[in-house]
Ligand binder design. Structure first.
Ligand code: GRF
Length: 190
């Protein structure tokens, strides 16, 4: 199966996925890393793996539809079969959703349906929950609403700072995302 990762920033999830593909823990080909920020650190990480890295920005296009058309063309050019969002900070538009029905996966740093949106870790922390976590789900037309594939829980200690909680969440993400992607790929190949 041919996978693309879409990421906007740091790219720690991209890196564990790329490493898991390299180590054959995910039995797939990583055929494209795309970032919608030309200066995103994820592109530096991408250089360590011999895969095509592409980047362009929404502001370089007249509107979001033409930006997504260009992105869709890249995905088609690379014959991508599964799109993996790893810190991709944009809503997926209609044309991409139609081209990849139930073939776009996202990771969200909270236990959905709780704390959707941009600040899942901070929102859970400020709500004072004792438990939060990570959700991996298929992407649909809503924001963080698609069918849930897997969740990992993280307990919040009274002494945890927000930064402590972020560290714990990312540790669970880095373990869970490669595992779940491996399962998705194996199931699709059967
Ligand atoms: C992760 O917390 C992910 O859940 C969220 O964005 C963050 C991306 O982190 N969607 P990184 O860029 O993979 O380090």
């Amino acid at each position: 199966m041919r996978i693309a990762v879409l990421a906007s920033g740091n790219g720690s999830n991209f890196e564990v996925i790329a490493q898991a593909v390299k180590d054959k823990e995910i039995p797939a080909e990583l055929v494209l890393l795309f970032s919608d920020h030309r200066d995103a650190y994820v592109l530096e990480r991408g250089k360590k793996f011999s895969i095509p890295c592409e980047s362009f920005e929404l502001k370089e296009f007249p509107d979001k539809k033409s930006y997504e058309a260009a992105l869709l063309k890249k995905l088609k050019d690379h014959e991508v079969e599964l799109v993996v969002l790893a810190g991709y900070m944009r809503i997926i538009g209609e044309d991409l959703l139609t081209a990849f029905p139930n073939r776009i996966v996202n990771i969200h740093p909270a236990l959905l349906p709780d704390f959707p949106g941009l600040h899942g870790i901070r929102d859970a922390y400020e709500a004072g929950v004792k438990e939060t976590g990570v959700t991996i789900h298929y992407v649909d037309r809503g924001v963080d609403t698609g069918p849930i594939i897997a969740q990992g829980k993280v307990s919040v200690a009274e002494t945890d700072s927000l930064s402590d909680l972020e560290t714990k969440i990312h540790a669970v993400e880095h373990q869970l995302y490669p595992q779940v992607l491996a399962e998705i790929v194996k199931e699709s190949d059967n």
